[in-house]
Unconditional design. Structure first.
Length: 276
């Protein structure tokens, strides 16, 4: 056996006590070598490829071709100091506004004319996102859902907040929205309410396994993708975390591209999506 062959057989990690929650030594040996940084990505309309990439959301979006993406489905971070490479200092509100403005501008460029962006956020910055989206897109509606993970607020002086907003905005007035799929309960396990077209989604909420795996209800993500995409559509999540959007996209036959700055979260997402 040659020296090169011996090197290839040596595992990257052999210590079973490596502190990667949810990832075994075998997982690390499998997924760490497969990590690709976003700055290494170069795509054209003819060379687009699915993948999960380690890197900044803004830089990742810049790698996508113009008019190439069907749906951007994402929940931007509330405290994104890590996005600018500073682990110890949060952005000011003005810096946060400017940062969001930049990645939304890139999102508008990358979306197809028939595409849509679904932006999930909490109440605190919902008004800001409405204003920002209005600069680049046509805001179609605001969906309200029961975000139970937001209810862990023991120090709040008033009522707990248990709702989240989902802003739906489109690039043009001619966009994909399959109303028949949304209203057909046999095709999509969705609402128990009388009107599946309502923008009040209290039947979806984060709890139990959803919070542990990735924090977004996969059934809710499925409803969104059913409405605004088809099989083989391109779905992008610039703030992937542990890959809930990617899991939903893969299970429905969509093509997925995700970006994540945190390597541990990226590894977990790679494992979840690979095993879904």
């Amino acid at each position: 056996m040659s020296g090169m062959e011996k090197e290839q057989l040596n595992p990257l990690f052999s210590n079973p006590l490596e502190p990667y929650p949810g990832l075994s030594v075998d997982d690390l040996n499998r997924y760490l070598p497969a990590i690709i940084k976003s700055e290494e990505v170069s795509m054209t309309l003819d060379t687009m490829k699915e993948g999960m990439f380690l890197g900044d959301a803004l830089e990742g979006l810049k790698r996508l071709p113009d008019n190439s993406i069907d749906v951007i489905l994402t929940a931007p971070p509330v405290s994104p100091w890590r996005e600018i490479g500073n682990q110890n200092e949060k952005m000011t509100l003005q810096e946060y506004y400017t940062w969001n403005n930049k990645w939304l501008q890139e999102s508008q460029r990358a979306l197809k004319s028939t595409g849509a962006i679904y932006l999930l956020c909490g109440w605190r910055f919902s008004g800001m996102y409405h204003a920002l989206l209005s600069d680049y897109f046509r805001v179609q509606t605001r969906i309200t859902w029961r975000d139970r993970k937001a209810g862990n607020q023991d120090d709040t002086p008033t009522w707990f907040n248990e709702i989240g907003d989902i802003w739906l905005a489109t690039k043009t007035g001619d966009f994909v929205f399959d109303k028949g799929m949304v209203t057909n309960e046999k095709k999509i396990q969705a609402s128990k309410s009388a009107n599946n077209m309502s923008n009040l989604w209290l039947e979806y909420f984060t709890m139990g396994s959803d919070q542990e795996k990735g924090d977004l209800p996969e059934m809710m993500l499925g409803k969104i993708l059913h409405a605004s995409s088809f099989k083989l559509s391109w779905i992008v999540d610039p703030f992937m975390r542990k890959g809930s959007v990617g899991v939903a996209a893969k299970s429905m036959g969509r093509r997925f591209i995700g970006f994540e700055t945190d390597q541990d979260s990226l590894l977990m997402a790679m494992k979840r999506i690979d095993q879904s």
